[in-house]
Design a protein around this ligand. Sequence first.
Ligand code: PRP
Length: 178
Amino acid sequence: MGADLERVLITEDEIHAKLAELAEEIAAEYAGKDVLLVGVLKGAVMVMADLMRALPMTVPVDWMAVSSYGSGTKSSGVVRILKDLDADISGKHVLIVEDIVDSGLTLSWIRANLESRNPASVEIVTLLRKPEAAKVEVDVRWVGFDIPNEFVVGYGLDYAEQYRGLRQVGTLAPHVYS
Ligand code: PRP
């Protein structure tokens, strides 16, 4: 499936080196605190799996699944919860784990939603961010890589539900679309 990539933007080694760096900073920030990692399905599965294994401490994990209302695009910024967290987060230090911040609309909504549940804090870590695609400002505490505003797949990111299992992040070759 790697043959369907036109260009590799970030290699597997680069991803793991970056996650190790982020894990060190995250571990220092949350030492001694009641932290909960919250993954946003489905894209964040790979980041979550590797980040939690890079952390030097054991941490609980929960998941949300969301989808956008409206015309089938994400542009409305209105989000519907398909699967909510299993447990109450009041008093907890919540760290949202994402694969990508694109327009920022999803994260902006999720962050506000979680902040309304009385947690001790809410922060965001994302592997990828597209600064040129931002429609709203989202305060992201930890960013792995800022990337150009191109359609990317791999490492959790899909095209029509395919390519999530690629170990690297890249752009798709034109023949895939046609
Ligand atoms: C991706 C990603 C974020 C969102 C970012 O999820 O995981 O949740 O898009 O986009 P935004 O910044 O423009 O809101 P997607 O909706 O593709 O679902 P998936 O994770 O199931 O692939």
